[in-house]
Design a protein around this ligand. Structure first.
Ligand SMILES: Cc1cc2nc3c(=O)[nH]c(=O)nc-3n(C[C@H](O)[C@H](O)[C@H](O)COP(=O)(O)OP(=O)(O)OC[C@H]3O[C@@H](n4cnc5c(N)ncnc54)[C@H](O)[C@@H]3O)c2cc1C
Length: 306
């Protein structure tokens, strides 16, 4: 119930105005977002890489409705990738891209062209791209764009969401050699017709999907903060003899950093998803929806007059 309310608020421009102008919002945002500028993203990446973590960078922004906005997002990624390459931060750092920020909502071909330019820049910088997955109305389009991109850039990664009923079958499709797949639970509000609704059903689906990916021939990227899913991931890695070159754990910037360090210390590849940029609102609201404890922290900051 609380999750539904917060996810509804994530689409409200009135709530966005209220949140954005509250006195201590910036402090809360800083916990989950690396900063507004490309330099901030680079600085955070350098720190994480020095600590033995891999990184994927997300320039915040989604649901773009104008071609100029989509072009600006593409250009930001091109600039970022050039800077990462010049700073010697590739291949440790790759980028995560939302097709909706590249024009998917009004022109799928434009989104493809923009994503292709980003894949080419990533390739030139010695790294790669993962396409984030958004709400279920975009899944087919995103997987279609992925399959077109993979013809020229085979390491382009996909994201599959365990809460969707279709995902076991998508995992089978995408578990072939060379295929990089990030498995997450899923962060959007989805109807029962397409998605499991209870946490227990989602967790069971996550484990089934993980089994398919870890026993397959691709490169699984297990994106979760859930101690139970991580323990099962470690178990499957032993069972299927997957070392740090053959799968990775992924977690979000600012969430469970000690656990990220522990897994890396045990020899696993761990990648931190680092968001940066001005458009943090939708991202932050999804993080709040996932964990009511974050909401208490945020609520205190919102009402503070200091
Ligand atoms: C790298 C990465 C990329 C992602 N990309 C996408 C994407 O493209 N599309 C998409 O829909 N979603 C994406 N997500 C979000 C994902 O779908 C989930 O919404 C999110 O990760 C929360 O699910 P969870 O598996 O971490 O566990 P949850 O079910 O949220 O939590 C389970 C348990 O994990 C622990 N935990 C969770 N959060 C915290 C916390 N803040 N602090 C301490 N412990 C915590 C707690 O023990 C909790 O009980 C991504 C997540 C990650 C990590």
């Amino acid at each position: 119930m609380l999750r539904s309310v917060i996810l509804a608020a994530s689409r409200s421009s009135q709530v966005e105005r209220l949140v954005a102008t509250a006195p201590y919002t910036r402090d809360v945002v800083r916990r989950f977002v690396a900063g507004a500028a490309t330099d901030d993203a680079l600085r955070a990446t350098r720190g994480l890489v020095d600590d033995g973590l891999a990184v994927t960078l997300d320039h915040l922004g989604e649901d773009t409705v104008r071609p100029e906005q989509a072009t600006a997002t593409r250009d930001e990624y091109l600039k970022l990738l050039k800077m990462l390459g010049d700073a010697g931060l590739t291949p440790a750092a790759e980028v995560s891209v939302k097709l909706s920020a590249l024009g998917q909502m009004f022109d799928e071909q434009l989104a493809y062209d923009n994503a292709r330019a980003i894949c080419a820049a990533a390739d030139a910088a010695g790294t790669t791209v993962t396409l984030d997955m958004e709400d279920h109305t975009t899944t087919d389009s995103t997987l279609e764009v992925l399959s077109r991109l993979r013809k020229d850039f085979p390491s382009t990664g996909a994201v599959l969401q365990a809460y969707l009923r279709r995902t076991e079958s998508d995992c089978r499709e995408l578990s072939s050699a060379g295929s990089r797949v990030r498995l997450c639970k899923g962060a959007y509000k989805e109807p029962e017709s397409v998605a499991y609704q209870s946490a227990r059903e989602v967790d069971k689906s996550y484990v089934r999907c993980m089994n398919i990916l870890m026993s397959g021939d691709g490169y699984p990227m297990l994106a979760t903060h859930d101690p139970r899913m991580i323990a099962i991931g470690e178990d499957r890695a032993r069972w299927f003899d997957r070392g740090p070159e053959r799968f990775e754990f992924q977690m979000l910037y600012g969430i469970r950093p000690e656990e990220q360090a522990r897994l890396a210390g045990e020899g696993h590849t761990v990648r931190t998803y680092v968001p940066y940029g001005d458009e943090w609102y939708g991202y932050l609201m999804r993080r709040l929806a996932e964990r009511p404890a974050n909401l208490v922290f945020f609520g205190r900051a919102l009402i503070s007059k200091k």
